[in-house]
Design a protein around this ligand. Structure first.
Ligand SMILES: CC(C)(COP(=O)(O)OP(=O)(O)OC[C@H]1O[C@@H](n2cnc3c(N)ncnc32)[C@H](O)[C@@H]1OP(=O)(O)O)[C@@H](O)C(=O)NCCC(=O)NCCS
Length: 170
């Protein structure tokens, strides 16, 4: 698939998430999602998943945090998957390609680590550009109410079995 991204800002740097980034990330997520962010069914997945800081990235311009993507290792049925989210870019920094670069970097890191699938809950018109598809996620059962059309999966390794079933810890 041919993917068009906005050209990177020369001052944009993506770094693996570090413990010292946590406070700025929490503040950015509060601004992006508001108080409802902890009631999402994705949050129920994260509660049973293992955080993967080496696959989670922060976008910085100097000391300023512009965006964040977090990745988690979890299981769907018998298949190990990597769960993506939250992804957020600060309001005034949007539509400059930051979100796209964060998704691409996180998925590239997961592929390089040998992970088989990335699963997320998000808007298909945004995530389909990276190859995510609802078709491959029809068997994924979220732990709570969700529009199944927003459950998306990206295959990272050829031949990996399609994930199906409920979420469980790795
Ligand atoms: C989704 C989000 C991370 C995108 O960040 P970004 O840095 O603006 O992304 P990019 O610059 O790579 O892409 C921007 C393009 O995607 C489009 N886009 C953004 N969100 C979209 C959505 N939900 N559905 C469809 N298109 C979307 C924008 O309109 C823009 O299009 P344009 O290039 O034609 O102007 C950002 O809008 C955000 O933080 N939103 C709030 C949190 C959220 O919804 N996160 C995703 C679910 S976990």
């Amino acid at each position: 698939m041919s993917v068009q991204f906005a050209p990177p800002s020369p001052s944009l740097v993506l770094k693996s998430e570090e413990i010292a980034d946590a406070a700025a990330i929490e503040a950015l997520l509060d601004r992006a999602f508001g108080p409802g962010r902890f009631v999402k069914s994705s949050e129920r997945v994260r509660e049973i998943a293992d955080f993967a800081p080496e696959l989670s990235f922060c976008a910085f311009d100097g000391e300023i945090l512009l965006g964040t993507v977090r990745m988690w290792r979890v299981r769907v049925g018998g298949q190990a998957v990597t769960f993506l989210g939250p992804l957020a870019v600060d309001h005034e920094q949007r539509s400059a390609g930051v979100g796209g670069q964060l998704v691409q970097r996180a998925c590239d890191a997961a592929r390089a680590a040998g992970d088989a699938w990335v699963v997320l809950v998000g808007d298909p018109p945004y995530f389909e550009r990276f190859g995510f598809s609802a078709v491959d996620a029809t068997g994924v059962r979220m732990p709570g109410p969700v529009d199944q059309k927003r459950v998306l999966a990206l295959r990272l390794q050829a031949g990996a079995p399609v994930p199906a079933g409920e979420f469980g810890p790795v």
